[in-house]
Ligand binder design. Structure first.
Ligand code: AMP
Ligand code: GLY
Length: 421
């Protein structure tokens, strides 16, 4: 099979590397990809959000399968467009991807189908939202823009003043654009967070191994929220009993709800969970593989990824057995100084071989370019250094010794991945 991967981050690099393990995959191309990805797949400079050009590329290149990895093109209906052209594609249609692209949709879905989540109210009027927070007695409170906001649309407000400021900036100043025309104000949940990616064909759902993302920029879970600064798998808090409760109360009810709403979800459905003292609750759904969760989950997958993808597309997921390695896996992100706010691009990266790799760990490229055989920084999250081991400590030691081999100006990374939960 010739596969087109749509996207450009560490997640896409990990997906490509996993797909390449099977002989059934004869060629992989990527749009737009990045410097590191170009060592594994021919890259085409087409933006993932340029739906017409991606469809044209898939046709021109005669691919057998398109894998749509990022949230935006899913929400924009790329899967629908490709299917209409008769092209085989992995990912949910727009009417199912809305489970991520509208928080109002997902909260209302959970309420309607009794899926445990934080209590909430929806507002499309700033004055009413301000009135509501004035009366609120419990803080912190959580304020979320309805639409996609590059993972930044969530504000945890410790007091009424910051709640008011959040409402003004999202609804009046439109810091997240139209994504902030509606907001959700919800209860603050406490407990360890777990990420669970699942494969689903709309009827059957099969969870992958669990993971834990470190979302804050700085050590000790301080600093701003980011797309993710590092991950480990398995998540030490997610035991078999929790997994069973999640299957009964969250995973199955969610795909059944989507089916009942005539929005069958096919693809990878990501559950962001909080293990509260009242049981697991959904913080968010993503309609796609997580980044950097994918980087620690896929290295543990024994079954060829392409076989699972085909089973999902053909709605035969119930017929295959998915096997995992018992190993632990860790990924440490090396980011550009200033991320997740302002940072510069174009700085040379030292320590990588000509394939963008190092000895002793795998380097998934998140934001790099490659020119004249030299890698340079081209994003906020630059590299994800990943390693497996028999224990979590072994995996972490290998990943961090990999991190120490790589350098660029103003690079930073968290030193406590897997240590501070
Ligand atoms: P999201 O973009 O929905 O993943 O939210 C980003 C992060 O904000 C989550 O990973 C949580 O750490 C935090 N968060 C979101 N909603 C809540 C909530 N209701 N209570 C506590 N923390 C939350
Ligand atoms: N790491 C969280 C996400 O992919 O949204």
């Amino acid at each position: 099979m010739k596969v087109l991967m749509v996207g450009s981050g560490g997640r896409e690099h990990a997906l490509i590397r996993s797909l390449k393990k099977s002989d059934k995959v004869t060629e992989i191309i990527c749009a737009p990809g990045n410097g590191g990805i170009s060592c594994d797949a021919k890259c085409f400079p087409v933006s993932a959000n340029d739906i017409d050009s991606i469809v044209a590329l898939a046709k021109e290149q005669g691919v057998d399968l398109v894998f749509v990895a990022p949230d935006d093109p899913l929400a924009m209906g790329l899967v629908d467009r490709l299917e209409a052209e008769g092209i085989r594609v992995f990912g949910p249609k727009a009417n199912a991807a809305v489970i991520e692209s509208s928080k109002v949709f997902s909260k209302n879905l959970m309420k309607k189908y009794n899926i445990p989540t934080a209590a909430y109210e929806v507002f499309d009027d700033a004055a009413l939202a301000l009135e509501y927070v004035k009366k609120q007695t419990k803080y912190p409170t959580v304020i979320k823009a309805d639409g996609l906001a590059l993972g930044k649309g969530v504000i945890i407000a410790p007091n009424i003043q910051s709640a008011e400021a959040a409402i003004y900036s999202i609804m009046e100043d439109k810091v997240f654009g139209e994504s902030g025309s509606r907001i959700v104000i919800e209860e603050f949940l406490e407990g360890p967070e777990v990420s669970v990616l699942t494969f689903t064909d709309g009827v059957t759902i099969k969870p992958m191994v669990s993971s834990l993302d470190h979302k804050r920029a700085l050590d000790g879970n301080r600093g701003l929220n980011t797309g993710g600064m590092g991950t480990i798998s398995p998540n030490p808090f997610y035991d078999d009993e929790t997994a069973q409760i999640c299957m009964e109360k969250i995973y199955l009810p969610t795909i059944n709800a989507m089916k009942t709403e005539n929005r069958p979800f096919k693809g990878c459905l990501y559950f962001g969970l909080m293990l509260t003292k009242d049981g697991p609750k959904v913080i968010e759904y993503n309609a796609r593989f997580g980044d950097p969760e994918t980087q620690v989950v896929l290295p543990r997958l024994k079954t060829p990824l392409i076989e699972i993808i085909n089973a999902v597309i053909d709605e035969k997921l119930s017929e295959i057995r998915i096997e995992w390695l018992d190993d632990a896996c860790a990924c440490v992100i090396i980011a550009s100084g200033g991320y997740p706010e302002k940072y510069i691009k174009g700085l040379p990266v030292f320590g990588l071989n000509k394939y963008g790799q190092i000895d002793g760990a795998t380097v998934y490229h998140a934001g790099t370019g490659l020119e004249n055989g030299r890698f340079y920084t081209n994003g906020g999250r630059v590299l994800g250094v990943t390693a497996c081991g028999k224990t979590l400590n072994e995996a972490l030691e290998r990943a961090y010794s990999g991190v120490n081999k790589i350098a660029f100006e103003k690079a930073f990374y968290r030193k406590d991945i897997g240590k501070v939960i």
